[in-house]
Ligand binder design. Structure first.
Ligand code: ADP
Ligand code: MG
Length: 624
């Protein structure tokens, strides 16, 4: 049979280009065997017969140095012929296409991604040129077992075989230069490294001491290599950082170290244990709706499901870990979880734990900066999603600021409030596509001049998020590109010489009205402003209009937004505006007005409707 196209691509990649961290193949295969044990236990809750009299679940690893093979065997749920074809010949997970298209040339980071995309089984081909899988599904008769084998990239073979033993045996025929893996010490150390905390024993044959003279040589016996105890059931005081880190590698398939973790046993009305981690690196499917959501649910040590999304809000989807409940019924489904009140209170408690953990992490600036760069935009969703915790989330946010010029997002809202000028009543911010555009934005001019700090927000979610964040510490937020600017609000006492001379007012209104006539319906309104000191003009949007970032989000989602026209604000003191004001040639004045509009749009980081026209007009002036 032929592989599905994506599977083929992936296989090709495994065979030809993943050189580093080859040893993860064992982690992946053990993880699958452990999943198979979990699945059998779960299925046996409904039908005890499936154990076929053998409920001691374990994984066995064997090798043959001469034949250059490694075998991984489990007595878990097993596969039927159809299962094998479906599960080993295709890739159902949509993340895989993403995985393939996102591959960089950096082999190391690429192989780190393998686990995250659920492409685990194919990692066998990193070290093997032939893989044989023999399996029988629990409950099926011995003559309905299957042998799946593959030794090339294009296709695999499937045949029905006899197999008394339930579960799966995978035999890897190692590539010529990977023979080192058929080695007792090597295999043991990989198991310890990655799979120590698998909840069932991973066994290997021991080497008995040589028999004394005249005595019979003892036969080797299967012995557990790993710890085989669910780590979260152990007491905190017995566990080291290294224990927690290696358990993290196992649940997350992540190579980067976790930034923080929190292990808690809750007793009382509800009983559960949670072990939650903040990862050090964002997975690639963080922004995909169907992406993995982290928490594994156990009920009294029995694995129930992956991605138990009911236990944390969506904006904390980056959190990894386990939840082991003593109260929930073993037969829970996602549907039941949704209707169980106990779930809501666990969710509220876990949410609080994570926010507290982040708050603690934020005391370590360097670590927190790492967290923020990876997950900041996701956490910001919490402002909208979790109004009950809005203030806590707001305190965890970090922004770039006009008060410094590094590109780090390091300003906190509390810090901003502390730095506010005496009479300043609002928290000022500006959103846009990039920090460079924001830092050079004409909107900042008057704020710069008076030393008033503005928070700069260049994440895609910012405008949307700020729609939900009304105030912080009793201070309202104000987007400085919106609505009219009230200098008094800035707490700026206008020096007398700066005040607009009364007699200029009609003149100002005159030039604004003229520009409005020249620009026609490109703008909603033209008015003079105090916002600008150096630039001739800027575009502002109405207090309640939809901004550019939101427009882009809607457009990407295929939703057309109603057109709204911007307001052009002009700096009456600017020579270009005076020049326009005194221009008697109406055609030239129209060109100047158009240029004024276009450069205001450019400075705001917008793209022009007709850039070539703009360039032609500019050139006309340069050569005239
Ligand atoms: P994932 O583990 O993320 O589902 P894998 O590529 O590691 O992806 O495995 C693919 C599928 O193959 C598994 O979901 C499972 O259905 C099946 N499978 C792999 N190994 C075993 C095994 N030892 N026993 C039973 N099923 C297995
Ligand atoms: Mg797997």
């Amino acid at each position: 049979m032929g592989f599905q196209t994506e599977a083929k691509q992936l296989l090709h990649l495994m065979i030809h280009s993943l050189y580093s961290n080859k040893e993860i193949f064992l982690r992946e295969l053990i993880s699958n065997a452990s999943d198979a044990a979990d699945k059998l236990r779960f299925a046996a809750l409904a039908d005890g017969e499936l154990f076929e009299g053998d409920s001691h679940l374990r994984i066995r690893i064997g090798f043959d140095g001469d034949a250059k093979t490694v075998t991984i065997e489990d007595n878990g749920i097993g596969m039927s012929r159809d299962d094998a074809i479906a599960n080993l010949g295709t890739i159902a997970r949509s993340g895989t296409a993403e995985f393939l298209s996102n591959l960089s040339g950096d082999q190391k980071s690429d192989s780190q991604l393998i686990g995250q995309f659920g492409v685990g089984f194919y990692s066998a081909f990193i070290v093997a040129d032939k893989v044989v899988v023999e399996s029988r599904r629990a409950g099926l008769p011995a003559d309905q077992a299957v042998r799946w084998s593959c030794s090339g990239e294009a296709d695999f073979e499937v045949e029905t075989i006899e197999r008394a033993q339930r579960g799966t045996t995978i035999t890897l025929h190692l590539k010529q230069d990977e023979a080192e893996f058929a080695n007792d010490w090597r295999l043991r150390s990989i198991v310890k490294k990655y799979s120590d905390h698998i909840a069932i024993p991973v066994e290997m044959l021991n080497t008995p001491a040589p028999a004394a003279e005249g005595e019979e040589q003892a036969a080797p016996q299967w012995q557990a290599v790993n710890d085989a105890q669910a780590l979260w059931t152990r007491s905190k005081s017995d566990l080291t950082d290294e224990d927690y880190q290696s358990f993290y590698r196992m649940v997350s398939h992540d190579f980067a170290e976790p930034l923080a973790w929190s292990h808690n046993k809750v007793e009382g009305k509800q009983e559960y244990t949670s072990l939650l981690y903040i990862p050090g690196m964002a997975p690639m499917d963080l922004y995909q709706r169907e992406g993995v959501r982290g928490i594994k649910l156990y009920i009294k040590r029995t694995f129930i499901m992956d991605d138990a999304e009911q236990f944390l809000p969506l904006y904390l989807r980056f959190v990894k870990g386990v939840l082991d409940s003593a109260d929930l019924p073993l037969n829970v489904s996602r549907e039941i979880l949704q209707k169980t009140p106990a779930v809501d209170s666990i969710r509220a408690a876990l949410t609080k734990r994570v926010l507290d953990m982040l708050n603690k992490l934020s005391k370590d600036e360097e670590a927190y900066a790492k967290f923020w760069s990876q997950f900041g935009p996701v956490l910001k969703e919490g402002v909208a999603e979790d109004s009950g915790n809005q203030e806590k989330v707001a305190k965890l946010m970090r922004f770039a600021s006009s008060a410094n010029d590094d590109d780090q997002q390091s300003a906190t809202l509390a810090g901003y409030v502390e730095r506010m000028a005496d009479k300043q009543s609002k928290i000022y911010y500006l959103t846009g596509d990039s920090l460079t555009v924001l830092r050079n934005s004409p909107y900042l001019e008057v704020f710069r001049k008076h030393g008033i700090e503005v928070l700069l927000m260049a994440d895609r979610v910012d405008e949307w998020m700020m729609g939900y964040l009304r105030e912080f510490d009793g201070k309202q937020f104000q987007d400085i590109a919106r609505g009219e600017l009230d200098l008094a609000e800035l707490g700026i006492d206008e020096p007398a010489d700066q005040a607009e001379p009364e007699q200029d007012k009609p003149a100002a209104e005159g030039v604004a009205a003229r520009i409005k006539t020249l620009l026609g319906d490109r703008v909603d309104e033209v008015r003079t402003t105090r916002r600008l000191t150096d630039s001739p003009a800027c575009l502002v949007i109405g207090e309640n209009d939809i901004g550019d970032q939101m427009r882009q989000i809607f457009a990407a989602a295929g939703q057309a937004m109603p057109e709204t026209k911007p307001i052009l604000e002009i700096n009456q003191a600017h020579p270009l505006v005076s020049r326009l004001d005194s221009e008697s040639d109406e055609e030239l004045a129209a060109t100047l007005a158009g240029l004024l509009y276009d450069q205001a749009a450019l400075a705001a980081g917008k793209t022009l409707d007709n850039p070539a026209h703009f360039v032609r007009e500019i050139n006309r002036f340069m050569f005239s």
